[in-house]
Ligand binder design. Structure first.
Ligand SMILES: Cc1cc2nc3c(=O)[nH]c(=O)nc-3n(C[C@H](O)[C@H](O)[C@H](O)COP(=O)(O)O)c2cc1C
Length: 283
């Protein structure tokens, strides 16, 4: 899929909003969001189902808690998948497209993969038994000030910081960092990956660049996903794919994603191959 707004502007504007203003979302923005959601697809060929709902309409008894993390939000969206290889990456890709679209519309969001009542939300959204609800997000206008817990979370998670290029992107092997100069035209898509959000801001994406291919790896934080029945950092990998893909398309760089094409290189501990992106032959 393509974006019809500036990816870079949306990426730079977006941050996790955890305190929302009482201001209503305009009807045309709600309609635009619904239309955008129907236009979604992903390069992994997995089905992702989206749900939008109003917390007030869900009724008093429905348990839609966020452990005090989100305040003032009326509107939420969520996405479900059947758990299978590349489905979490597909969800990361499409969900992040929605997050960026909402940023473009001037609306805040906050990925919630952990701090929400999963059972309560799944019930309210009528998620089918064989489906999984890995993430939801509030959306709406940001309040003028962040709430106290929000300040603390941003500070502890160093939410305003990102790892540097030499920790994330490699050439030849995982000991040789790729410079911006060596990246050439791919420097922009890689920079957009670097600025993305990730669970607990762990930034697990590592990219090994070989001429016209980028091989995406997950640097697994050990024990981090143990509380989930799946690897939540695979969602982060899908977010990386989205930022890379939209950035490449914006610059007219054509390519495609494929899985199971890992290069034959020695991997550091905790490094797992996910998928690759190949540039179309230059004509
Ligand atoms: C997959 C995923 C799950 C996340 N889960 C939560 C969560 O459960 N609660 C929360 O407050 N923030 C959550 N976040 C937000 C991250 O903590 C946040 O993106 C990161 O710290 C960077 O900050 P920023 O989004 O403001 O740039 C999640 C982000 C991602 C990508």
């Amino acid at each position: 899929m393509y974006l019809d707004f500036s990816l870079e502007e949306a990426v730079r504007k977006r941050y996790s909003v955890r305190n929302y203003a009482p201001r209503e979302i305009e009807e045309e923005k709600k309609k635009a969001l619904a239309a955008f959601i129907t236009s979604l697809d992903n390069p992994f060929g997995k089905k992702v189902k989206f749900y939008c709902f109003n917390k007030d309409a869900a009724g008093e008894k429905t348990k839609l808690g966020t452990y005090g993390v989100i305040k003032g939000a009326k509107h939420y969206f969520g996405a479900s998948i059947k758990l299978e290889p590349l489905a979490l990456e597909a969800l990361g890709y499409e969900f992040e497209a929605v997050v960026l679209y909402l940023a473009h519309l001037g609306l805040g969001t906050c990925w919630l993969g952990g701090t929400f009542n999963r059972k309560g939300f799944a019930k309210a959204l009528k998620i089918e038994a064989e489906e999984l609800l890995p993430a939801v997000s509030p959306y709406g206008y940001a309040a003028e000030k962040k709430h106290l817990l929000e300040y603390a979370m941003r500070k502890i998670g160093r939410a305003d910081q990102r790892k540097s290029w030499d920790e994330l992107f490699f050439i030849k092997d995982f000991h040789t960092p790729l410079s911006k100069q060596e990246a050439g035209e791919l420097a922009f898509p890689l920079e957009m990956v670097r600025l993305g959000p990730s669970a607990s801001n762990k930034q697990p994406w590592r990219i090994f660049v070989v001429e016209n291919a980028c091989h995406f790896y997950e640097y697994k934080a050990s024990g981090y996903s143990d509380i989930f029945p799946y690897d939540i950092q695979r969602i982060d990998m899908g977010i990386a794919a989205a930022h890379f893909d939209f950035a490449a398309k914006e610059k007219g760089i054509r390519g495609y994603f494929a899985a199971d094409l890992a290069p034959n290189i020695t991997l550091p501990k905790n490094m797992e191959y996910c998928f690759s992106w190949f540039r179309d032959e230059l004509k």
